[in-house]
Write a protein that binds this ligand. Structure first.
Ligand SMILES: [Cu+2]
Length: 157
C-alpha cells in the first residue's frame, strides 16, 4: 500500500514570481490603503488569485479593480483575478490589493509580508516595503484617478 505524504504546509507556487511589492503609507486618519506588485507567471496554465493576506497589517484584505461608473473611476472588489502568462501588474489606478480596517499606521520604509492565495490552493509571499504616496503615484496620473482610493480610505474609518 502506498501512503501519500501529507504536507501540512501550504505549497508555494513555483510558476509565480512576485516583485516590486509595495504598500502605500497611511494617510492620516485613514484605515485603508493599497498594495501594489508585479505577479510574473511562467506558464499559461489557468490560475487565478483568489485572496490576499497581510496578517501583520490587517485581517481584512480585498482584491480591487478600478472601473468607470457614471463617468468616474471607482474601486470595486473582485472575487478572483485570472492571471495571464507574463507580467500581471497591480498598480495605482488599476488592479490593486486593498488593505482595510487597519489598526496601525504604516510608515515609509517599514516592511510587511503580503501573501497571495491562488485557485489551486497554493500561496506565494512577498515582503512589501511601505512607500510614500508620492513615490507610488505615477507622474502622468491625473488627480481624479486618485480620488476613489482617497474617498474609500476616508469612508472606511
Ligand atoms: Cu481599493
Amino acid at each position: 500500500m502506498i501512503s501519500a505524504s501529507v504536507n501540512a504546509q501550504t505549497p508555494s507556487n513555483d510558476s509565480i514570481i512576485l516583485s516590486d511589492c509595495a504598500i502605500q503609507e497611511s494617510i492620516p486618519g485613514a484605515k485603508a490603503t493599497g498594495a501594489f506588485l508585479t505577479v510574473k507567471k511562467a506558464d499559461d496554465a489557468p490560475l487565478s488569485i483568489v485572496a490576499a493576506k497581510a496578517p501583520d497589517v490587517t485581517d481584512h484584505v480585498e482584491i480591487h479593480e478600478m472601473i468607470m461608473q457614471d463617468n468616474k473611476m471607482v474601486m470595486s472588489q473582485i472575487e478572483e483575478y485570472p492571471l495571464q502568462k507574463g507580467d500581471n501588474i497591480f498598480k495605482k489606478g488599476s488592479y490593486h490589493i486593498m488593505l482595510l480596517g487597519m489598526q496601525k499606521k504604516l510608515t515609509a520604509g517599514e516592511h510587511y509580508d503580503i501573501t497571495l492565495v491562488f485557485s489551486d490552493g497554493s500561496e506565494k509571499i512577498c515582503n512589501a516595503v511601505v512607500k510614500t504616496v508620492k513615490a507610488l503615484t505615477p507622474k502622468h496620473m491625473k488627480k481624479d484617478a486618485m480620488k476613489p482610493m482617497q474617498e474609500m480610505q476616508k469612508a472606511s474609518n
